[in-house]
Write a protein that binds this ligand. Sequence first.
Ligand SMILES: *Cc1c(COP(=O)(O)O)cnc(C)c1O
Length: 425
Amino acid sequence: MKRDYSLETLAIQGGFSPEDGESRVAPIIQSTTFQYHSAEKVANLFALEEEGYFYTRLANPTVGFAEEKLATLEGGVGAIGTSSGQAATSLVVFTLCQAGDRILAHSNLYGGTMNLFTHTLKRLGIETDFVNIDATDEEIEALITDKHKLFFTETLANPGLEISDIERFSKIAHDHEMPLVVDNTFATPYLCRPFDFGADIIIHSSSKYLDGHAVALGGFVVDSGNFDWEKSSKFKDFVEPDPTYNDISFTETFGNSAFILRARTNYMRDYGVMMSPMNGWLTNLGMETLAVRMDRHSENALKIAEFLEGEEKIQSLKYPGLKSSPYYDLAQKYLPKGQSGVISFSFESREKAQEFIDGLELISLVVHVADVRSHILHPASMTHSQLTEKELEEAGIDPGLVRLSVGIEKVEDILDDIKKALGNI
Ligand SMILES: *Cc1c(COP(=O)(O)O)cnc(C)c1O
């Protein structure tokens, strides 16, 4: 599909293009394997001399339609579907880092990413230096060493809703010969395309807005194709002969797709964190309505945030679409079409937050955000419950904080539910 259509059109028609007599809707190829009639052909596939499917751990046509659609939406050269968002982040780290290397990351990331970076990767000898999202260039640069292989940020942070100044951070990353990796889960490519601001690699938890209906766990890694792996002194293994593939050099053989191909051929091969065909199909279907959903999520969330702003039972309120938000200017730059559906606000205590949650009827208590239904959760006792008090504070999460994921129901119904629950406390 031509890429010069608008995002609204590409979300629907990108990815799968049927030939004569094929199904109009992307089919599910629910098969682990693919048949060939020549041994030489299969040998060529294994040697990366020809392209084709042979085993679903490496690639599957249905997952491929979703990968192609998302790569088109983000403006990248290629994407890989993974079994979850966590798997996408892990795959990026495994492709770029080895024991002894370091990651530079913002300290306000999603709780699962924080655990992965702080504890699990440390066991493998990969350590992370965290820096505040509002730190100056000098403060950030003071942390960077030759060992740092990537800078990791979230476009719109979960759950603090800070907005990352992607242009500024990509410049710092590039000055130190490393890629900027952006978790674009909360923004989605409809609201922000990080590659347009200098990001090099994007990850998604497609379990959120991309699927949009809370039916399929999944993730994606997307490659901009813009990072110069040959010029950087930090990624010799992308340039030097790879003994597991006939001593080919990935940069020489695959040019600006070196990263995404190496992620698939070496690390998807070895770690096996592939998206299933069924989840690829569901995610592809969900992405078709991304544009209309994101408009409505953003519109509803702004109305609710404006209502909450005048409520005295609420101590603090975070929504970057509000003029009073310290991130309002960055929101206008990076998310001009809308600031997505998640609002964080806090009550004076953990107990009051729990009372409010228990008083809701329409808005449901689930450990999920970013789908068509309105949901609420309490980060300190749920998603971020494994963080220490100090880590909670650094992540901007106080015990009375709740995270509301505004759905696409009629906004008056959502507001009525909130008003009633506020009246009870
Ligand atoms: C949910 C989430 C993840 C992890 O994704 P899973 O699909 O749950 O593994 C990563 N980043 C952000 C911003 C998320 O919201």
